[in-house]
Design a protein around this ligand. Structure first.
Ligand code: AKB
Length: 320
């Protein structure tokens, strides 16, 4: 049986998605790859891979008899604004290399994540629709919108099966996020669990769509397992769980840790957040493949704090 290649397996999504794929298909069926020398999943075959190197990618696909790729290696929004040429090259050359190797090696399926960053100021800020105006203002967002179009082009031109989700901000504890605008929420939870105060780089009422990683991983696997004829969206699916602002998140954390304090010093990332929708209409995903998030916002906070506190003890006075 052909194997699954995860590109970016050491990253924020890759770390947890790879574990879930191993549970589903077995360790022999999954090959992890990342730009780092060593993998995080000790039980798996691992390849050090820079996805912008098309020749090396083709070798890995051939050597391991790959049939499916989950391509997760990407530069995110904030880091992309600081290093635009690097971000564009990684995001676009990487995706095009994956699509080309998938075409040439006749892979059965490809998964590639898009993002709420593909939307922009012309998109309705509430309930951003599945189909509508998209005018991204960051290099990352432009690469996601262009990537969505490239995926559709390959799917239509060559009949390939390429599946994609527009992830909201993803919250997790297993691996560091990679320089995104929604990272403030993760940083605040890490700070609270460690007994530290936090300075938010987004303003107090800056509401964004977010999701807990176990839901994002399940959504990815459910989308990839759905019968193709059920998938009616022309490209990437809108995906949602809940939206919150720094104020709302901090209120929930303070109900658990009353002495947790947050200051607000918005920086360049505020303009990125201001151009994104506050909430997402994911009714097409719910209709086509029965998408439904399992975690509530307070479930997420409790689960994050539980895992983070286990990892790093909080001070007595902070442990409510
Ligand atoms: C980011 O903040 O850049 C990412 C995203 C929303 O795609 N988390």
């Amino acid at each position: 049986m052909k194997k699954i290649l995860v590109i970016g397996a050491n990253g924020q999504i890759g770390t947890e998605l790879t574990t879930a794929l191993v549970k589903l298909h077995g360790a022999k069926q999954v090959v992890a790859s990342d730009i780092q020398a060593l993998g995080r999943h000790q039980e798996l075959a691992y390849e050090k891979l820079d996805v912008t190197d098309a020749k090396r990618l083709a070798e890995v696909v051939q050597q391991h008899d790959i049939g499916e790729i989950y391509h997760l290696a990407a530069a995110l929004s904030a880091k992309g604004e600081e290093h635009p040429e690097w971000a564009w090259n990684l995001n676009m050359t990487g995706l095009l290399n994956v699509l080309e190797v998938a075409r040439q090696a006749k892979l059965s399926k490809v998964f590639w994540p898009s993002s709420i960053a593909a939307f922009g100021p012309s998109t309705p800020r509430d309930n951003a629709p599945q189909v509508g105006a998209m005018d991204p203002k960051t290099v990352y967002g432009i690469s996601k919108l262009a990537g969505e179009h490239w995926c559709s082009w390959y799917a239509e031109k060559y009949g390939m099966d390429i599946r994609s989700l527009r992830y909201p901000g993803l919250i997790s504890y297993s691996a560091e996020p990679g320089g995104g605008t929604t990272d403030y929420a993760i940083q605040a939870l890490f700070a609270a669990a460690a007994g530290h105060d936090y300075t938010s780089f987004l303003d107090v009422d800056s509401t964004l769509p977010m999701m807990y990683m176990p839901d994002a991983v399940r959504a990815t696997i459910e989308l990839m397992s759905a019968p193709k004829e059920q998938l009616k969206a022309a490209g990437s699916y809108n995906l949602a769980a809940w939206s919150f602002s720094p104020r709302e998140l901090v209120d929930i954390i303070q109900q658990r840790y009353p002495s947790f304090k947050v200051a607000y010093q918005p920086d360049f990332r505020q303009a990125i957040a201001d151009a994104w929708p506050r909430s997402i209409d994911d009714s097409q995903a719910r209709q086509d493949w029965s998408w439904s998030p399992a975690y509530s916002l307070t479930d997420m906070v409790d689960d994050m704090l539980l895992h983070l506190v286990k990892r790093k003890p909080v001070t007595q006075e902070r442990a409510a």
